[in-house]
Write a protein that binds this ligand. Sequence first.
Ligand SMILES: *Cc1c(COP(=O)(O)O)cnc(C)c1O
Length: 389
Amino acid sequence: MTQLADRISQVTPSITLTISAKAKAMKAEGLDVCSFSAGEPNFDTPNHIKEAAKKALDEGKTRYGAAAGELALRNAIASKLQRDNNLNYQAENVIVTNGGKHALFNLIFALIEPEDEVIIPVPYWLSYPEMVTLAGGKSIFVTTSAENNYKITPEQLESAITPKTKLLILNSPSNPTGAVYTPEEIHSLAEIVIKHDILVVSDEIYEKILYEGATHLSIGAVSEEVFKRTIVCNGFAKAYSMTGWRVGYIAGSVDIIKGMTTIQSHTTSNVCTFAQYGAIAALESSQDCVKEMLEAFTERRKFMYSAIQSIQGISCPLPYGAFYLFVDISSTGLKSLEFCEKLLQQEKVAAIPGIAFGDDNCIRLSYATDMTTIEKGINRLNNFIQSIN
Ligand SMILES: *Cc1c(COP(=O)(O)O)cnc(C)c1O
């Protein structure tokens, strides 16, 4: 067998893919599987965005572009950050990347040295710790609780900080929990960030998917002091249902953007040129499509949450953002992976085991799927819980 680099043995392939692959194989066999495993909106990309990319293709936007992205898109992103988030960035503060995921990878690769510590609240998006490991850094996990809606407190943050702390990864609205930090909570975290002079990367990919009046405050907007220490990560995948387009971005200080651009110039080069023109249209056209998708999510969330509440033995906090419920299944006596495997086997329902996000007591249910599947899947989940109690 080929001797692979040691770094490969230090990371785990995505657990979510194992379950999804099994569910897909069952579907291919003709079995009627209900899937709550999707990490992407189930809508097609809005037409005007597709049209803009087609037009760019016709106009010959098919060549290599600048590694950091098309200037027009970097400008559009800077304006968006000003308009929506009250963050004062120019085009030179922005790099366009192959999705939000690659934005974070390049950032961590550009920032983190061996021994550097990165604070990651648990449950976390599964790629964060793996990226830190690949960069040779050390993840410091801070476990949150359902009682606190899976949010890190300023006290918890402060006690995790050491002289080696370089970066905090904040994700609000959160995948997998749907938690949204209130502006007050963001303010108190910002105080700690300033006090200990650490950096914070704010993953805001779900900022548009908010419910019941919840608001999103980008931590960099709190003050000039925290703005200097903030890096904002966002993308087009979730808000505009553009997961396959692979367009994301990071905004931050010019030195960070330059460092990331160097990495990008030797690895991926520019993001697909005509896809970037679709992204420009997404930002500069009417935002009605975002609202329409949000309306569908709102209805599903309401149904899902009350259905989960009515099933004895499982529970979850009310999510205020994204399109996930993080459900505590510990009273069943099953660990999350075993729970999900049995649920898929017995009831043909796919869910993601919480262990993938650092919490073995829970499972993640995505409601980025149609109402018929949701209703059927919830009934089956209920049957499953009754069968083991
Ligand atoms: C989906 C997602 C991303 C980025 O996704 P891309 O498809 O790479 O843009 C980043 N962070 C979280 C928490 C996500 O769920």
